[in-house]
Structures are given as structure tokens and as C-alpha cells.
Design a protein around this ligand. Structure first.
Ligand SMILES: NC(=O)c1ccc[n+]([C@@H]2O[C@H](COP(=O)([O-])OP(=O)(O)OC[C@H]3O[C@@H](n4cnc5c(N)ncnc54)[C@H](O)[C@@H]3O)[C@@H](O)[C@H]2O)c1
Length: 356
């Protein structure tokens, strides 16, 4: 099983990316990670403050739409070995924002992915072994399943039928990655994961939003009838799956990642309320999101059979309780996100440094 010398991770200052940096540094101490992130509103370097001083990790502020930055990073052998793998997580990721303004979703998720693919293809020229490219996508590209067919799940062969501008932009990026493999023989893989939960998730997403609202004594806004179903996976199970796909996946393949952990939003809300000692009076029903997908459910059998991966950290409700405890113990972190103070961290910590 190849272990990689140097992963170029895009979007590593976000929720999953920052957990992935920590996961790789803990489980593959010989693998260097360069984190390329534009620090949009969702990028928060405080997520990685514990890794400052780690020689195997470096941060580069830059945009995946900037071909010059990519060229420089992919040809850079100094002071660490050259990049031999790209894990692509950078994206605009919030469905509600894509409904308000889809433009950044098109420029980052679609054009940015193509710019990155082009840069990797050019960097492959003259190499014996091409750079491996793992594209981190989402189960949302498959669209929605009916509530009354509980045995139906998304397989890798399920036709793509994205329903939100976010999902459509991710589906487009999947198609571009597929085309890069078929047209240019690039060593690409695609993962499609269900909803993640865990530490460092931006508190606009449902679990940290509800937990932090309740800590502050505020109600939780539940969309529509709350019957929409999601399949919840702990972020570290996701990180382990991405690493397994990187190291053991078959080139050109798609791998679904899921927790076998379907919950309606109403069930999820009740469990959070119960774990935090509140009742239904803290629910505020709000108008449903337009085009809200009813149910996502992932068949991750291929990943389990072919690569030996199993979700081991997503057990319900214990994993949810541990996540709630994390937000309770890390009030400083999410309060600085809510107040916007986290945005000063980069300028304070990185000002005047010559190497990013
Ligand atoms: N969160 C989930 O439940 C989930 C589930 C399945 C798949 N995914 C996918 O996983 C990836 C990471 O999701 P997340 O929840 O951590 O997202 P996130 O919004 O928390 O983080 C995204 C990161 O990408 C960076 N970024 C955005 N535009 C950029 C650009 N143009 N150049 C460089 N960096 C840029 C942001 O600064 C941020 O740090 C995304 O591709 C998403 O589609 C997420």
C-alpha cells in the first residue's frame, strides 16, 4: 500500500479539511501536508492552531482558481519532497448560500476544480508516476430518495440528479474529474460522502447551529416538517475513508462513504434536545428550504468490501453526545466564529512570514 510523501490538500482550513490535516499527521507522521486555502468565510486557521510548529504541515493562503499558485506548489521540491497526491476539498459547501447566490459555487467548485486538474496534468509531464488526485464530493449529487422506500440507497451507479445549485456544482466537478481520467489518463478518484458531524464545523450547519443556539438559550430553527432524512457520519470516519481511497483505491473509480446512520431532522433535533436537557418548546418551525431533498441514504458497500473501511466513530447517540461536549468545551472557538474575530487570526499569526 503506497504511503504518500506529500499531500497537497485544498480547503484544509474548513471543517473536514482541518480534521483531515490532523488525521493524516496523527496516522501518517511521515506524510507532509500542504494546506492550500483561500480563507473564505468558511476557512478558519484557528481550527489548526495546535499544529503550528509541526514541521510536517504548512499553510499556504491561495485560491484554487489561481493557476500560478498551483503551478508553483506542484513544482516545489523545497524544503519538503514534491507533491505526489492532491486531496481536493476546497469548495463552497453550504446549500442555503447556493440558493441565495450560486456564482461562487460555479467559480470555485466548477472552474476551480478544472484549474486544479489542469495544473496537476501539467505537473505530471515528465514524471514517472503521476500525482494521484482524490476529489472529495458529496452524496447530494445523486438527488433525493423517496421517504416511503426505506430500502433504496444511493449506489455509485445511481444516475446523478442534483437538485440544488450546490449539488449541481459538485456534480459538474465530478464530471470534470471523470473526464480528466478518461481523456488524459490522470490518476483520479472520486468520493461521495453523506452528512458529516464533529468538531470545528462552521456553526451555520445544522448540528453546531442547534447546539450553540441551545448553549446560548436560543431556540433551534427546524425546516418544514422536519421529516427530511440524512445519513450522519463522524468526520474522522470520513477522513479515514478518504485516506483509504487515496492509498488503496482503484484509479478512475467512485467510492460512496456513509455511516448507515439515517435520522430524520426531527429525530436529530429531539436527540440533541434530550442530550442537552431541553424539551420541544425550544423548536421553532421555519419555512422549508426551496427544493429541500427528502432523503439521502448511502450504500457504502463497495468501500467496505474493496478497501476494508468501516465507520467506527459514528455510533449514535454517543458520537453525537461527544460532539455536543466538544462545542460545550470549546465556546471560545465558536464564539470567535460567530463574532467574526476568527478572521483576524491569519493576519496576526502569519503577518510578515516569508514562507506563507
Ligand atoms: N460537510 C459535509 O457534511 C460534507 C459532506 C460530503 C462532502 N463534503 C465536501 O467536503 C468538502 C469539505 O467540506 P466542508 O464541510 O469541510 O466545507 P467548509 O465550507 O467547511 O470548508 C471549505 C474550505 O474551502 C476553502 N475554499 C473555498 N473556496 C476556495 C477557493 N476558491 N480556493 C481555495 N480554498 C477555498 C474555504 O476557505 C474553506 O476552508 C467540500 O468539497 C464538500 O463539498 C462535505
Amino acid at each position: 500500500m503506497p504511503q504518500y510523501n506529500h499531500i497537497l490538500l485544498t480547503g484544509g482550513a474548513g471543517f473536514i479539511g482541518s480534521n483531515f490535516v490532523r488525521f493524516v499527521r496523527a496516522h501518517r507522521p511521515d506524510t507532509h501536508v500542504t494546506n492550500l486555502d483561500a480563507l473564505t468565510y468558511a476557512g478558519n486557521l484557528e481550527n489548526l492552531s495546535d499544529l503550528e510548529g509541526d514541521d510536517g504541515y504548512r499553510f499556504v493562503k491561495g485560491d484554487i482558481r489561481d493557476a500560478d499558485v498551483l503551478r508553483e506548489l506542484l513544482s516545489d521540491d523545497n524544503p519538503i519532497p514534491g507533491v505526489d497526491a492532491v486531496v481536493h476539498m476546497a469548495a463552497e459547501s453550504h446549500v442555503d448560500r447556493s440558493i441565495l447566490d450560486s456564482q461562487p459555487f460555479i467559480t470555485t467548485n466548477v472552474q476551480g476544480t478544472q484549474t486544479l486538474l489542469d495544473a496537476v496534468r501539467h505537473a505530471n509531464d515528465g514524471r514517472d508516476t503521476p500525482i494521484r488526485f482524490v476529489h472529495v464530493s458529496t452524496d447530494e449529487v445523486y438527488g433525493s430518495l423517496p421517504l416511503d422506500e426505506p430500502n433504496e440507497k444511493f449506489a455509485e451507479s445511481t444516475p446523478l440528479a442534483p437538485n440544488s445549485p450546490y449539488a449541481a456544482s459538485k456534480a459538474s466537478s465530478d464530471m470534470l474529474v471523470r473526464a480528466a481520467h478518461h481523456t488524459f489518463g490522470m490518476d483520479t478518484l472520486i468520493t461521495r460522502c453523506s452528512n458529516n458531524f464533529g468538531p470545528y464545523q462552521f456553526p451555520e450547519k445544522v448540528i453546531p447551529l442547534f447546539v450553540t443556539n441551545l448553549i446560548e438559550g436560543k431556540k433551534v430553527p427546524l425546516y418544514g416538517d422536519g421529516l427530511n432524512v440524512r445519513d450522519w457520519l463522524h468526520v474522522d470516519d470520513h477522513c479515514e475513508a478518504v485516506l483509504a481511497v487515496l492509498e488503496k483505491g482503484r484509479s478512475g473509480e467512485v467510492y460512496n462513504i456513509g455511516g448507515n446512520n439515517e435520522r430524520s431532522n426531527l429525530d436529530l433535533t429531539h436527540t440533541i434536545l434530550q442530550l442537552m436537557g431541553h424539551g420541544d418548546e425550544m423548536i421553532e418551525y421555519v419555512t422549508d428550504r426551496p427544493g429541500h431533498d427528502r432523503r439521502y441514504a448511502i450504500d457504502a458497500g463497495k468501500l467496505e468490501r474493496d478497501l476494508g473501511w468501516q465507520p467506527t466513530r459514528s455510533a449514535w447517540p454517543d458520537a453525537l453526545a461527544a460532539t455536543i461536549d466538544w462545542y460545550k468545551s470549546n465556546g471560545d472557538w465558536w464564539q470567535r466564529v460567530r463574532s467574526g474575530a476568527y478572521r483576524d487570526y491569519y493576519s496576526k499569526q502569519y503577518a510578515g512570514r516569508s514562507v506563507h
